[in-house]
Ligand binder design. Structure first.
Ligand SMILES: Cc1cc2nc3c(=O)[nH]c(=O)nc-3n(C[C@H](O)[C@H](O)[C@H](O)COP(=O)(O)OP(=O)(O)OC[C@H]3O[C@@H](n4cnc5c(N)ncnc54)[C@H](O)[C@@H]3O)c2cc1C
Length: 292
């Protein structure tokens, strides 16, 4: 199996997922820091030097490597980069590709279908399997593999003119407590109240998609098309609980919802619900936590 990762933090998860399919694993990546991480998990690590990200070039390079190592399938993360490369690779190799994979069983994979449903897909190798970040346990790296550098050069279809790093924001995917603001929070300044609550609980603040994509209060959002979180405690504050949001929080251990509408769908997924005005409930919670 050829295992690929585009980000160092994804290597452990891609290793866990691919170990469910084969013990004969070869790792490939395009970045030195990812290769360094890969050495902890895989005996054979290929660092492909093919220049800046270009899905045309990366898929061509992986196609060659796949044939050279005689792999029976490919696994990578279901990120924007992963899916772009995987779909091209699938066409080039003429093998099937399954994205958004959340679980791998003996002869099938489970994939999230737009967050609204879960599809069970028969697993037939060769195939390209793209795993949804945050869905698999992170294994511990016990290997001390060797990195082989391979130079690959193809005609570039994309030429990078400028690269502007996106503002990163807090890494809520790793937080044990996530306090998530929804559109019930009226002003950006009011996030300070949620920050205070999160701080008292040793957690981090996230937002629903409208607060990020439309209002630009934070760079990332929680949910199906954003970051999947599975903290010990998730508190949704003024979040209605639409299916696309819930798809990204449903593996949280405990879900608490604060909403002034008793019919808000989030209550169907919550372990604890508080029906009330967040501007009254949150300050009271903060006060109680400060007392305890
Ligand atoms: C393809 C696609 C992908 C999407 N992906 C995502 C995703 O990944 N993540 C995501 O979040 N959304 C996603 N969405 C958007 C999603 O459908 C919802 O529109 C969004 O989640 C709603 O955000 P919200 O709950 O903050 O706002 P709303 O739905 O407007 O809910 C606000 C809630 O706040 C409550 N409220 C208002 N005032 C108060 C108050 N004073 N006190 C307490 N409660 C109050 C209201 O009762 C309401 O329930 C996606 C949509 C599409 C089409």
């Amino acid at each position: 199996m050829l295992v690929v990762a585009f980000e160092a933090k994804q290597v452990a998860e891609n290793f866990s997922a691919s170990s469910k399919l084969s013990s004969d694993l070869v790792f490939a990546c395009f970045d030195e820091s990812v290769a360094e991480e890969g050495k902890k998990f895989f005996k054979e690590v290929y660092l492909i030097k093919a220049g800046d990200y270009d899905p045309f070039v990366y898929s061509e390079a992986l196609k060659e490597l796949y044939n050279e190592v005689g792999a029976k399938g490919i696994l990578m993360e279901s990120s924007a980069k992963g899916v772009a490369v995987a779909s091209m690779l699938s066409a080039k190799l003429n093998i099937r590709c399954v994205s958004d994979v959340k679980a791998i069983e003996d002869n099938y994979v489970k994939r999230s279908a737009l967050g609204a449903a879960e599809a069970k897909v028969k697993l037939e190798l060769p195939a390209i399997i793209c795993v949804k970040p945050g869905s698999f346990e992170k294994a511990e790296g016990k290997e001390s593999g060797e990195v082989k550098v391979v130079e690959k050069s193809f005609e570039r279809k994309i030429n990078l003119l400028e690269f502007k790093e996106k503002e990163k924001g807090a890494d809520i995917s790793e937080a044990e407590v996530v306090v998530c603001a929804g559109r019930g929070v009226k002003k950006k300044e009011d996030l300070a109240m949620l920050e205070e609550l999160a701080k008292l609980l040793n957690g981090a603040v996230g937002v629903s998609r409208p607060l990020s994509a439309d209002l630009k209060w934070m760079p990332n959002w929680v949910g199906m098309s954003g970051i999947t979180v599975k903290p010990k405690l998730y508190i949704g504050v003024g979040v209605s609980g639409q299916i696309q949001h819930v798809a990204g929080i449903r593996d949280s251990k405990i879900i608490v919802a604060i909403n002034n509408d008793p019919k808000a769908p989030i209550f169907e997924n919550a372990d604890y619900g508080i029906v009330g005005d967040l501007y009254e409930v949150v300050p009271k919670l903060i006060e109680k936590l400060k007392q305890s």
